[in-house]
Design a binder for this molecule. Structure first.
Ligand code: KG4
Ligand code: ZN
Length: 337
């Protein structure tokens, strides 16, 4: 069945942003409302799932109204609803799904449920057409994956983290340094003022394209504990630079290794950590040094962390069939399955 995708309403509530987007003809982003809960979660040093769900409940209708009004459309103009069905926090995902179903029933609009990580990949579609095959490095708060796409909306995970995700490692190291949540952007800023003077281990990992970041996080914890015990003064900036440089080395090495085996036309970056200034700068240079013909695409900053615009774009290119109204969320949904 071919779906009318001329006016997509997208709903994203998988973690700590309530977001609604409206996309016309796969090109014109009429609205992308993002209500971030970060200020509340900051007080707890991380996302508290129950609090996240409640805030989504409080915010979702406001975001929906704001998106429709900004786009100057009504529900009657919407031809397709796209909702994130996983992976994510179960309660948070449910809020988005129930809103999607309510609108679907009231206005007789089909729904498709999509994978949040597909959304991150398709955030790149706001800057460039995608050319296949391509390789995408996904670096978010919950995921670190190397994904091979041989054609449109076709995903094969060829490598992934065996423990912590990159964003999670950033957030945990930030906590060790006494910095606020989310730590990624703060470490990014501090690292610019510091020198990578500390040795950070390079993890040995099973599987060519797999990652591991928990050892690095523990190494930083041990380093800071040792420096404090010895009453040695140190600068958070230097720790941040040492941590970040090694993390980026690892990410770039794995991409280069994957490119030895897989011939692709493009390399994409995706996920919250793709907002990292150094990663954005380094990945392009390193890939193009060895592979000048490969186009490196980096999502626009406004579309790196969670938002519904990326889900709307993924919806435009997905080949998913409309869901029956009894469909549910899947907190552990895996890309490509
Ligand atoms: O994709 P995202 O918004 O949420 C998930 O789906 O997980 O990613 C959030 C993650 C957080 O861990 C945050 O610290 C990290 O992205 N992040 C960054 C930067 N901006 C956000 N990490 C490093 N450098 C940044 N500039
Ligand atoms: Zn995300």
């Amino acid at each position: 069945m071919s779906l009318d995708k001329s006016m997509i309403l997208a709903i994203e509530t998988s973690c700590d942003e309530t977001s609604i987007a409206i996309l016309k003809d796969g090109k014109e982003l009429l609205a992308n409302i993002v209500s971030s809960q970060i200020d509340t979660h900051k007080e707890y040093g991380g996302v508290i799932p129950e609090v996240a769900s409640r805030l989504h409940v409080e915010n979702i209708n406001i975001c929906l109204d704001e998106a429709l009004s900004k786009a100057n459309v009504t529900y009657k103009d919407i031809t397709l609803i796209v909702v994130t069905k996983g992976p994510g926090l179960i309660g948070a995902l449910h809020v988005g799904l129930q809103a999607a179903k309510a609108i679907s029933i009231a206005y007789d609009i089909p729904i498709i449920g999509l994978n949040h990580m597909a959304g991150h990949i398709y955030s790149n579609r706001y800057v460039s057409e995608l050319k296949f095959p391509l390789l995408c490095l996904i670096v978010s708060g919950g995921h670190t994956e190397l994904v091979l796409m041989k054609e449109e909306y076709d995903f094969e995970i060829i490598g992934e983290t065996l423990d912590d995700a990159v964003g999670e490692a950033y957030d945990k190291v930030a906590r060790v340094l006494g910095l606020a949540y989310p730590g990624g952007p703060i470490i990014d800023r501090l690292a610019k003022e510091g020198q990578p003077i500390y040795d950070v281990p390079y993890p040995k990992v099973e599987g060519d394209y797999n990652f591991s970041f928990s050892g690095i996080k523990t190494a930083i914890l041990n380093l800071v504990t040792k420096l404090n015990n010895r009453k040695e003064t140190f600068k958070n900036e230097d720790i941040a630079a040492s941590f970040q440089d090694q993390v980026i080395n690892i990410l770039v090495d794995k991409v280069l290794l994957a490119l030895e085996k897989h011939q692709v036309k493009q390399v994409l970056l995706a996920g919250g950590v793709s907002a990292n200034s150094k990663l954005r700068e380094v990945i392009k240079g390193e890939v193009n040094k060895k592979h000048p013909d490969i186009e490196v695409i980096i999502p626009p900053l406004w579309c790196c962390t969670d938002n519904a615009a990326m889900m709307a774009m993924a919806g435009f290119y997905s080949n998913n069939e409309p869901e029956n109204l009894d469909f549910g969320v899947d907190p552990n949904l895996v890309l490509g399955e």
